[in-house]
Design a protein around this ligand. Structure first.
Ligand code: DGL
Length: 266
């Protein structure tokens, strides 16, 4: 199985891309709804629970781990890669960064994400490592997560709030914008309209799914080890808010009988 985790329902935007690019593989998903949001928590907290979840997924026979949460990718991917050295671990940031560097022509890149992701400077550091001459501009957009969870992806209020957050990035002349949070791909069309037609808007979930696909194509042993099939398992540590709406938006279907129990609170 492919193990995928997030702080809650946002990682379903990643599941969508995994289903699209790797339709044959069985997945096991864990959403830490009991402790969300991660985006406003401290690094230590996110690291601690990310490690517990990764271990739990491996116990459930996951053969690879996808950190389908940008905040967790920012704070915990290095420590997880260190802790579980024999397990292929994928995260949101590296694939998106590579794609942004390929796409930008004017070398001006914008990043939007949760306060945690933006504060960590992870996207920025990785972008500058690939190309030190880039100009990077970032903006935390904390209101986007609750708007998406409400299902408000293109109404009047959402448009106003997106305009407000993107105002300063628009003025910076970026030609590439990374959607550095799991929920933002659901706002992609609205964001594209506001930021304008000359900006490449990058969905890290898509970049990540392509990278996992390429990795598996080059690893036939692992390919055989990961169970194939469509009996996916969805676990949440607490009742997720608006799961039905979000799963319809992401997967065009409802997740039937998700398993709800907090394995870290006995
Ligand atoms: N999944 C988180 C991320 O991508 C957003 C939601 C949260 O703050 O927990 O950063």
């Amino acid at each position: 199985m492919i193990g995928i985790f997030d702080s809650g329902v946002g990682g379903l935007t990643v599941v969508k891309e995994i289903f699209r690019h790797l339709p044959d593989y069985q997945i096991i998903y864990f959403g830490d709804a009991a402790r969300l949001p991660y985006g406003t928590k401290g690094a230590e907290f996110v690291r601690k629970y990310s490690a517990k979840i990764a271990e739990w997924l491996l116990g459930k026979k996951a053969k690879i781990i996808i950190i389908a949460c940008n905040t967790s990718s920012a704070f915990a991917s290095d420590s997880l890669k260190n802790k579980f050295r024999n397990v292929p671990i994928f995260e949101m940031i590296n694939p998106a960064v590579k794609e942004a560097v390929k796409k930008t022509k004017n070398k001006r890149i914008g990043i939007i994400g949760t306060p945690g992701t933006i504060k960590s400077n992870s996207y920025q550091k990785k972008l500058l490592k690939l190309n030190p001459s880039l100009k990077i501009f970032s903006e935390a957009c904390p209101l986007f997560v609750p708007l998406v969870e409400e299902g408000w992806i293109d109404n009047e209020i959402t448009i106003k709030i997106i305009k407000k957050y993107l105002e300063s990035l628009k003025g910076k002349g970026v030609d590439t914008l990374i959607l550095g949070c799991t929920h933002y791909p659901l706002l992609k069309k609205t964001i594209e309209k506001i930021i304008g037609p000359n900006v490449n808007v990058i969905n890290p979930a898509e970049s990540l799914a392509k990278e996992v696909k390429e990795y598996l194509n080059n690893n036939s042993k692992l390919q055989k080890e990961i169970k194939k099939g469509s009996r996916h398992n969805f676990f949440f540590s607490d009742e997720p808010y608006n799961l039905e709406k979000i799963s319809r938006l992401c997967l065009s279907r409802v997740i039937k009988n998700p398993y709800i129990k907090d394995p870290f609170n006995n």
